[in-house]
Design a protein around this ligand. Structure first.
Ligand SMILES: C[S@@+](CC[C@H](N)C(=O)[O-])C[C@H]1O[C@@H](n2cnc3c(N)ncnc32)[C@H](O)[C@@H]1O
Length: 304
């Protein structure tokens, strides 16, 4: 407890913790965000990591820091620290700098999907137990509902969603992915599905429009997952549900560079806390173990 309190008792380290509560960043990114020298940042990061406030994952020459290390005491006071850091004098400036770094990553992710739209389905089948989790996901889609699929990719789920739903709206920020989805729908002779170009943090939808939102293998691309979940809550009608499928936390760092992933999957507890903060207090999560070299996947149903 003393180590955690000592580590936090410094204005610069508090700023660092506040920033890392918003996402995972490298030393280089943190240097740019806080506008401080690398050796100073590294020294503070070392103190916070040794106290169990932060954890670090190495990826080749890069190290990504995140809030939450091995200290149970920090886990217990985490939300109070998060609230307290809102009053830091540099808060507005630091958040603007975080937003600039996240925007740069989002731009790279969009570039990746625009470039690889044609190969995406093959990439997914190699890495993920697609047929197992799709089946679980589709079984949770309510019949006769208005369903919004966010980050629809090449639209592989759309025909099955359309078979259950009253209305289906698909959204993606990659024009190339949307083009692939349009091609798929045309080939299947499926009309009546609305496809829209849009950002998951600013969905091109009015409030309360859908009874069900589907987010399938998309959240690990989010620069700010909490903002995405809150935006989804906005477009869901009261009583609506979010069906979220994503990677369980893993250690394969190469996905950041090669697949434009921003998160190495998620812990069940982490997702539950974010969902609850976004207005989804009811969360049920099933873990599907990956076979044949596939990743483990979490299938989550969240509701209010
Ligand atoms: C890993 S693919 C998954 C596609 C599809 N859901 C599937 O499982 O095959 C992620 C998709 O999310 C989209 N995406 C990533 N970031 C996004 C954002 N910020 N806003 C909207 N779509 C996004 C990508 O363009 C891509 O089509």
């Amino acid at each position: 407890m003393l180590d955690v309190l000592k580590a936090l008792a410094d204005p610069c380290r508090l700023r660092l913790v506040a920033v890392l509560l918003r996402g995972e960043f490298t030393v280089q990114e943190l240097t740019a965000i806080l506008g401080m020298g690398q050796s100073r940042i590294s020294r503070h990061l070392k103190i916070l990591t040794e106290a169990g406030v932060l954890s670090v994952k190495r990826q080749g020459t890069w190290s990504y820091y995140r809030a939450g290390g091995d200290s149970p005491f920090f886990a217990a006071i985490r939300s109070a620290v998060e609230q307290g850091t809102e009053a830091l004098p540099e808060r507005g400036r630091d958040l603007a700098a975080v937003a600039a770094v996240l925007e740069e990553r989002r731009r790279k992710s969009q570039e990746f999907f625009d470039l690889h739209a044609r190969q995406w389905d093959d990439i997914a089948r190699t890495l993920l137990p697609v047929s197992e989790y799709r089946e679980r996901l589709l079984a949770l889609v309510p019949e006769g509902a208005t369903v919004v699929e966010i980050g629809l990719g090449t639209g592989g789920l759309l025909p099955a969603l359309a078979a259950r739903a009253k209305r289906v709206i698909g959204i993606d920020h990659s024009p190339a992915m949307l083009e692939e989805a349009r091609r798929r729908l045309a080939a299947a002779g499926l009309g009546g599905i609305e496809l829209r170009l849009g950002e998951m943090t600013h969905l091109p939808l009015p409030d309360n429009v859908a009874e069900c939102a589907v987010l399938n293998m998309v959240l690990h691309h989010a620069a700010d997952p909490q903002a995405v979940l809150a935006e989804i809550r906005r477009v869901l009608a009261p009583g609506g549900s979010l069906l979220l499928v994503d990677l369980a936390r893993h250690e394969r760092e190469w996905v950041r560079e090669q697949l434009a992933d921003q998160w190495l999957g998620f812990e069940e507890d982490e997702l539950t806390a974010w969902l609850s903060a976004a207005g989804f207090p009811y969360v049920r999560c099933e873990r599907i173990e990956g076979m044949k070299g596939h990743e483990a996947v979490l299938v989550v149903r969240a509701a209010d």
